[in-house]
Design a protein around this ligand. Structure first.
Ligand code: MN3
Length: 199
């Protein structure tokens, strides 16, 4: 069963509070679609890996055969990251995390404002293309990390709670070089109900 591009869970103009319609259309329809196409192409050369779930592909990237590992890492990571990213945003969202996620933030970072500041540091400190994440380590600790390219915390044996795409393709049309402004706006579409299920 080949990997497939999931539908956006809302209209492409639904996140205008933070992200413009054209960016969403290109990001989903062109960039994400290309990761899916190129992942399937790479897996033609690895029949065993083609049977794994996408999450298992990321978790077990070291076990993917040498010849296709780099393509599977970039495009499998890209497919997982974006499939999740769409669900971590929504129209009319934003506000503050609740429940267990609020407790995790309070115990690790004192308050949501401090957490957002540290997360922004991870976003702006990532040189070039990549992602910033809240992740849970194997021993149950929560940390803010950033990864290059389309890597994600699954590839480091961690559980990603949520991440923000800081590739230029995610924000350049509206924000140009102002990645910090994109990150500030992103919180207004953060879907804490969905993200909270992963904590
Ligand atoms: Mn992207």
């Amino acid at each position: 069963m080949a990997h497939e591009l999931p539908k956006l869970p809302y209209a492409p103009d639904a996140l205008e509070a933070a992200i413009d319609k054209t960016t969403m259309e290109i990001h989903h329809g062109k960039h994400h679609n290309a990761y899916v196409t190129n992942l399937n192409k790479a897996l033609e050369g690895a029949a065993d890996v083609a049977k794994w779930s996408l999450e298992d592909v990321c978790r077990n990237i070291a076990k993917v055969p040498d010849g296709v590992r780099n393509a599977v890492r970039n495009n499998g990571g890209g497919h997982w990251n974006h499939s999740m990213f769409w669900t971590w945003m929504g129209p009319g969202k934003g506000g503050e995390p609740k429940g267990k996620l609020a407790d995790v933030i309070k115990s690790g970072w004192t308050d949501f404002a401090t957490f957002k500041g540290k997360f922004k540091d991870a976003c702006t400190g990532r040189f070039g293309s990549g992602w910033a994440w809240l992740a849970r380590t194997a021993d149950g600790k929560y940390e803010i990390v950033s990864t290059p390219n389309q890597d994600n915390p699954l590839m480091d044996g961690k559980h990603p709670v949520f991440g923000v795409d800081v590739w230029e393709h995610a924000y350049y049309l509206r924000y140009q070089n102002r990645r910090p402004d994109y990150v500030d706006a992103w919180w207004s579409v953060a879907n804490w109900d969905e993200i909270g299920k992963r904590v």
